[in-house]
Ligand binder design. Sequence first.
Ligand code: E4P
Ligand code: PEP
Length: 357
Amino acid sequence: MIEQAIEDLHVAAFDPMPTPREVLDRIPMTEAAATTVVQGRETLKAILDGKDHRVFVVVGPCSIHDPVAGLDYARRLKALADEVSDTLVLVMRVYFEKPRTTVGWKGYINDPYMDDSFRIDEGMAKARQFLRDVNELGLPAGTEALDPISPQYLGDLIAWTAIGARTTESQTHREISSGLSTPVGFKNGTSGDLTVAVNAILSASRPHSFLGINYDGGVTIVRTTGNPYGHVVLRGGDGRPNYDTVSITLAEAALTKAKLPANIVVDCSHANSYKKPELQPLVMADVVNQIRLGNKSIVGTMIESNIEAGNQPIPADLSQLKYGCSVTDGCVDWATTEKMLRDAATLLRDVLPSRRG
Ligand SMILES: O=C[C@H](O)[C@H](O)COP(=O)(O)O
Ligand SMILES: C=C(OP(=O)(O)O)C(=O)O
């Protein structure tokens, strides 16, 4: 028998991970959190069905790295959500998994201590705790589904899911989406290609059978029924925005041709603002203006926002981290966020009720 190893040549270790059931038992759903999740999902579905005239806004940090600052942000957002609730439905961006262009910190689940210790076991529990805390405030949460196993640990606390620009074309992510309990926004590709997002909605709306794990961590064949609440998220690409009226009209046409509802979310960040956070208010204002001028397809927007503006590199000495400032993409600060949302609510208040018929 050949003596040379032929398997796991590039694997350093297989470390244990608690099962979803163990984590759910440790951090169980509460009545208050469940109410927020259910109401959040139902409201978003009603908006996508054209039955609720409001616009939803997925707003919050590019990534969560400090739960204390994250909850500070969530409390502010909840107060603002109540203030604008006749016009806007605010969903907090609670992103724990970052898809990197090459390499970099991959988020709070992957490396919760930001020291390359990669304690995914602890990160998952901390992420669940944070999500439960946010929901208990009465604020629904939106996240990016990146890892195919994570939804088993966190999915019950999520009201809206994004599939990112780097994974919209991935069959695995389309399969997962077909079984998710939330509406799913598919980003256009990083090149700006919208076809991948339209194809993703079509794929995710159908039943799939694929490999996954159950709550006890056993390998299973997951059989899904299909998700009817897929929609596109325009985030720009290839160095060009795609929130202008021409791009929106082309997106509407692409959805109609695919016999899909013309439901569009505009991401004010990423390539739509050339990754310059200070440009996000211009994108938001433009989108609000389009709605005021009669647009019927824009159902939501996304804003990357934090307590402090901009972003910071992760320092070797973590005590040097600036409180409430992003360690991934740059964000608008809290004062700007309040202004963006209050202005939008004021400008949309009169036009929304008659908008979607
Ligand atoms: O929103 C987050 C980032 O744009 C995404 O994770 C890619 O980041 P990167 O290009 O810095 O790796
Ligand atoms: C990674 C993100 O966006 P995109 O997939 O559009 O790059 C994000 O919103 O964090």
